[in-house]
Design a protein around this ligand. Sequence first.
Ligand code: GLN
Length: 476
Amino acid sequence: MSALEIAAAVRSGERSALDVVEEHLTLIEARDPGLNAYNLVTAEGARAQAAAIDAAVSAGEPVGRFAGVPLATKDNMCTRGIPTTCSSRILEGWRPPYDATVVTRLREAGAVSVGKTNLDEFAMGSSTEHSAFGPTRNPHDPSRVPGGSSGGTAASVAAGFTPLGIGSDTGGSIRQPAAFCGVVGMKPTYGVVSRYGLVALASSLDQVGPFAANVADAAALFDVIAGHDPLDSTSIRDFEPTAQAVLEAGVDGLRVGVVKELAGGSGGVPGLAADVLARTAEAVEALAAAGAVVDEVSVPSSTLGLSAYYLVMPAEASSNLARYDGIRYGLRVDGATTAEMTTATRTAGFGTEVKRRIMLGTYALSAGYCDAFYGKALKVRTMMLEDFARVYERFDVLVTPTTPTTAFELGARTQDPLTMYVNDVCTIPSNLTGHPAISVPFGVGDDGMPVGVQVLAPASHDAQTFRVAAVLEAAA
Ligand code: GLN
């Protein structure tokens, strides 16, 4: 059953929320030991919330849009009194004193969070292998990664543990795992979904967004979590989420651009696999068959996204992660002086990838190098914004593959950070520009693993991505 079907059945009293939750908890208990999608299953809390929903239904009181729908929450979203680890040792034992706004909104909508899902430590990674609690595995083939960093949430939705999931996307962490796991994942426009209570990775890039097994559920989830939040200073005022309203609109007359540099064109990014490009081409043909006006388009600066991102993101991360000092949160390893205590805590608490990025970011920001590295990356970012603005004068949406390849084997890329970073080459541009983008499953690769196609739109045109995704889903 889809999330919307479950909610309708719970609201009408046809199904009890407690039964629904129990059924999903049973699945998790049976299968998650082999997948490791969850850092923590909050079974008791979920049962209590489901029982309260059932009581409200019996009493004829209103229940929310997602009444009784099980939800996976990425473990970098603050949950009051419930451990929030970011899959890092450094947050060991920490329990946030407040809920993230998305967590609150979804609870008010009746969604039942069944637990906190695994991620790459502090959301740094593309495979969920950089987790202090062991890797998550891909439900379609457990020898492969689910993608990352929201790999736990993606696996939860793909395995049928929960119809809905919440992730965060700084450089592709919703869309890339969605593609690898064969589910829908969407990164909203920067500022559309509140980040209050999201543990910060790179503050100028981070966005929270929806995961679901189908486009209609993802659109409904987006409509619930989007909208102004006074608790987030970067939150856009007056944004009206309308994703569900446009799902039937079709693409007749819509102008669709295929980004040459990110879709196998000459002079574009290397390493895009033939099977992924073939599915992308088929997706574009399906849009044309549905009436879209399709053309190839060049966005020259899109090839520079990866380089700019790996300066901006570590720079911001090195600053954000300075707060883990052994005093305020979680882990403390004692030392003779405060400085020694902080060093010992950070040495023991952070994993290799986190340390690598703190060093890269500190270096990129250091006196004497700041203009050459960080400053230059900001210029590239501005150039990309201008390039995309120009392209969106002629196109309503753009299409690319979500990822260069299908899901790879566990361990295949952990020894070489660069081969890991290349996973995000198609997703990063939308983070640097702050634009919305969705990944929708479109067939499988030569290895039988899911392929995702990405639809990009200009800022605040989030609904447009769902509209196109609905047509692609029907064609796939
Ligand atoms: N995989 C990218 C990285 O490692 C993106 C991470 C993210 O979006 N949180 O930084």
